[in-house]
Design a binder for this molecule. Sequence first.
Ligand code: HEC
Ligand code: HEC
Length: 838
Amino acid sequence: MTHTPRDRSQCCQTIATIVISGLSFLLLIQSASPTFALGGAKKSIDGHVVDKEGNGVGGVMVSAIDAEQRKWTSVFTDPNGRFSIEGLRDVPHSLRTRLMGMTDQWLSDVKIGGPAIQIQSEPATGRDLELQRTADSAFSMLAFEHPRDRLNFKMMCSYCHQIGTLGFRTPEEPVDWQTMIRRMDGFGGLYPHTQSTIVQRLMETYKDDAVNRWPAFDPPPPPTGASAAATITMWELDEPLEGSFHDLEIGVDGRVYAVNISKHRMIALDPKTGKQTPYPFPARTYAPHSIETANDGSLWTTMCASGQMVRFDIATEQFEIHSSAEAPKRRGNYPHTLRINPQDPQGLIWYTDAGTNSCFSIHPQTHVVKEYKLLSAGQAVGAGRGEARGVTPYGIDYSPVDGMIWYSKLNANRIGRIDPNAQDGDVKEWNPPFRGPRRLHVAPDGMVWVPGFGSGVFASFNPSTEIWTVYELPNAENQIPYALNVDKEGIVWICGTGNDTINRFDPTSETLTEIRLPTRVSYTREIEFDDEGNVWTSTSGPARHMERGVGAVIKITLPKSLPTEGSIRLRPKTYQGSHEIGNLATAPHVNRPSANAALLAKIDQRTLTKSYLSQPHQQYVDAKMTTLPEPKRSRIGSLWNEFRQSHPQRQRDGEMFVKILDHVATETASPDQPRRFIKKWQHHYFGNAAERLVGRDIEAGKRVFEQATCSRCHAIAGEGSKYGPDLTEVTKRFTGSKLLQQMVNPSTEIHQEFQTQQILLSDGRLLTGLVTEQNDTQLTLIPNLLKPEKSVVVPIAEIEHRQIAKVSSMPVGLLDTFTQQEILDLLAYLQSKHEVQQ
Ligand code: HEC
Ligand code: HEC
């Protein structure tokens, strides 16, 4: 037996479960008990889950898996441990049982309508138990000095993935965490004091054996009653390690359309046949985000990275592309969420743009775009205290009562309302008494329901009384409810984005029912309903963080009448619209020590220059800013933020800003100053600059080669590391833009001798890495090139399947913290070696 150095790799689990039919299980398959021996006609799988003593175990999720359709049908056992899974195709299924606190049991080749099956469950301990920990618990292990810092971290780091899960814990060396976090904090929103300590703290909490020091996972009690009443159908979609679905929509053709934001395609799933059809979005449209059905039955999608609105005609399967901005602008900034009021005779498509302080509508026939300017600082009801500077129009919906358009502003911490009948929209905004209003919805009775992503709450806002009613989710401080939706009956459905659940809230009884989803790391962002009242969602985030390495579309079906037991009663808190809480409701402002306190004190001593005193403040600032390169501008931003946080009483001190500006303008960069994200570079952003390298700074390029860690894997002219190809050789094949493309997108073309291999072992483990040696009996593989000493020897006899991965083992994003100038210098350096050689 060989061991992967990190056998907690997410892929291992994925494959282990895919190859189940080839494995044998420690299961007791007993003959039918008389009560379950039904006639052959019944299309169900029935059984009984028992513990060691033979007592039934309730609340166990039992899933029947139809491998061909990639479809999972899951039910929960009743209090006696009995289950019956109906509506299955007449093909052999695999069966999985799951209950937190118990190990999963797997059975293969289970026949439909066969005798009832008895499955014995075993308590989970040690690593098995640890694997079941939900992200909200893993996140709670990360300590913060102050709730305010926790809020900030949640807002900045958990809107793409859960924190603390197995996949999240994969970086190894400090440098890997560092690279990762710099890439992630591209939006630069972490407080400076958090930025300077976070790598250390993430490592202390999550790296390697840090997990062994956590208190053992304490599994929540098994679901009962209403929380164990659902049938959950799940279809895994798209390619392994690529499938990840931001939003979904039920089309008028009955198919479910889910958008893959990073692969620029949507997958249409026919739930009846399980057939999946991929539709790539047209060329030059990027990042499909949100998808809705327009009143003519076509589907509209916001293309957030390319600033367009795309229409898809279901009947002809044709796409149309429109700018999301008002003419003559040719593209919008970041069209985000869209909604269409089915009662609107014009059928306008309404959407937010997260990069502009505006909402928009586009006419479905004339394609005329209308922009509604939203309010700015200090203009909201209840605004003022702790208002954030970011704006970020976000969720949007229409009121079925009066057709008003409601939206949220994530970072400004507002919700707002547009009157579509007023010329300028007669915009009004309110500040919720919690942090992070994300994707809101208006209920059939006109109440506006809003999830509080940062605070772990959800709330209703009554437009006529302006009263907020706020409910905390259980374990609120570690929850991140991304979206909610309200069904025809007025039931509110809330994403349990941080703990792999969907929550049902009945506003009349104020009870919350938590419904567990079938797989771990199910990051949900949207909830939809079909005509029969079923609830739909999709799972997103990095596919390789997900339990099975691929995302899914999920349908939840509840029985007509729901057991009264199994839900919890929530206690509301109410606030007037003009409340004094501010958006830092759960976190009062404090003076805190600043990492650059000494430097800021020195800067404060500076005298203001004559040229500043002789002109208007803003004019000076604007003129000076335009002369500075981007890294300096962001350094000014972070010093200023730090100053404001350490001197709350001097918050509007414009002169201090100018002193910081002047200081940074003349400061020479210190080499150990942390690098900040600049851009997710693509080679075409450089135009043909990459072809004109004459006169570039070769020495500076050499420094980038070191700083960007290239030298850890590559040799130049035969000197240095050999985990990647010798770059002097490479520059004989690629130069200029082509070479740049290989650097920013290593998977474009993978060097023959350095292909990553995926090796599936007969015990179900999947190893991925570079094969460095091989003979007739064994091969040596390095899973992580940044950690070459951790190689694995694999006996050839244990290899079940072996394939070349389509992904390069060179990390992506290495150059994202470097400027265009630095990258061009690096190119020049690489090519200079080649020229010297010849
Ligand atoms: C805009 C989306 C986004 C945000 C915001 C984000 N991440 Fe990530 N993160 C990703 C993606 C995508 C991956 C998967 C790895 C990859 O694609 O390289 C990832 C992976 C990770 C990993 C695991 C490493 C791995 O190899 O998968 C860590 C650790 C991490 N992120 C930390 C953070 C921290 C800390 C923050 C906040 C500063 C953050 N992330 C914010 C998108 C994001
Ligand atoms: C962790 C190891 C690692 C690091 C760090 C790394 N590379 Fe690579 N690189 C590789 C491997 C392995 C390949 C071969 C696979 C491929 O072609 O994608 C490669 C391929 C390349 C290629 C394409 C070669 C070809 O023939 O297709 C270029 C160019 C390149 N790297 C440049 C760089 C530069 C510049 C940096 C620093 C910004 C860098 N690499 C950092 C491992 C690394």
